[in-house]
Design a protein around this ligand. Structure first.
Ligand SMILES: Nc1ncnc2c1ncn2[C@@H]1O[C@H](COP(=O)(O)OP(=O)(O)OP(=O)(O)O)[C@@H](O)[C@H]1O
Length: 301
């Protein structure tokens, strides 16, 4: 599959601050990538580079085959962006705001009205943005980012401050876009939200791409154990097959296995033992993987 965004060996400095150090990755169509990292890790800088708002000192960036910082970046119209802090003119209505951005993208404003409906803003479309709640401004921001059916969508901390219902709608919209073949990149601190949604995760740490891959690739590289909690029907002696590494901090019997093959072996044995009442499996979470890769990098940083 051809990458829609390619970042190769990118370096970016702000005077003494090395905001990005030799960062390389690809974003693919029809895939949701999560960009995660502490404050100051370089996430917004990466997004600004992909938008062509700033230039890298070294390395190369291609968005839909073009250099986004070039004067004639014709793919700009196919790029959607939701900034971290959406700021709109308070005196314009939601509809007027969207019409303004539609014109900038050279799109007929009327084609934008269904977007107001889609983000649930239709009833408030003709109210001034100054009267909108934070969630409503965020929805307007999303509608703006979706103008012109973008092929690449860059979202900087999009769900901060959204209530759970709105988050749900938000991710439903992203699923539709992704199914339609769009490339979606979300920068976020909400790791638990992204865990089941992102097919690809980029972990940034102080300007360095500490790790990247699918959740299962990251689990494999990390070699963090899978937890298998086994509940026995009685408090008799623990069967021999349950010997092996345990999680000492967890109550009950939580066995630690290295990989899926070991997990399956354990499950087969457990399923054959009539004393086993329940089994719960927990693979390393994105939170745990994130902490792991950051810790790994600390000595080198
Ligand atoms: N315009 C600027 N001038 C000077 N330093 C900057 C500028 N923009 C960013 N930086 C620095 O570059 C580094 C990366 O910042 P960036 O905003 O990309 O991080 P981030 O991962 O988006 O952080 P956050 O999660 O807080 O939004 C930080 O050390 C930041 O202080």
């Amino acid at each position: 599959m051809t990458a829609t965004v390619t970042v190769s060996h990118v370096e970016k400095r702000y005077r003494a601050v090395r905001a990005l150090r030799d960062v390389s990755f690809e974003l693919l169509p029809g895939r949701l990538s999560a960009l995660v990292g502490h404050n100051g890790a370089g996430k917004t800088t990466l997004i600004k580079l992909m938008l062509g708002l700033i230039r890298a000192e070294h390395g190369d960036i291609r968005v839909l085959g073009e250099d986004p910082a070039a004067g004639e970046f014709s793919a700009r119209r196919l790029l959607g962006y939701l900034p971290e802090n959406v700021a709109f003119n308070a005196a314009l209505t939601g509809r007027e705001t969207l019409a303004f951005y539609a014109r900038l993208k050279q799109i007929a404003p009327a084609t934008a009205w269904p977007l107001l409906e889609r983000v649930g803003l239709a009833p408030a479309a003709d109210r001034k943005v100054g009267t909108y709640s934070k969630g409503m401004r965020q929805r307007l921001g999303l509608a703006q980012a979706l103008l012109g059916r973008p092929r690449v969508l860059l979202l900087d901390e999009p769900t901060t401050g959204l209530d759970p219902a709105l988050r749900q709608t938000f991710y439903e919209i992203l699923d539709e876009l992704r199914d339609d073949g769009a490339t979606v990149l979300i920068s976020s601190h909400a790791l638990n939200e992204l865990e089941d949604r992102a097919e690809h995760v980029l972990i940034m740490n102080r300007g360095v791409l500490a790790a990247q891959g699918t959740m299962s690739e990251l689990r494999k590289i990390s070699q963090l154990p899978i937890r298998v909690a086994i509940e026995l029907a009685d408090s008799g002696p623990v069967p021999d097959w349950m010997n092996g590494p345990h999680d000492p901090a967890a109550p009950g019997h939580v066995l630690l296995v290295a990989d899926d093959a070991q997990k399956m072996m354990l499950l087969r044995t457990a399923a054959d033992d009539p004393r086993v009442r329940n089994i719960e499996i927990a693979a390393p979470t994105l939170d745990e993987l994130y902490a792991h890769f950051l810790n790994l990098q600390e000595p080198a940083a």
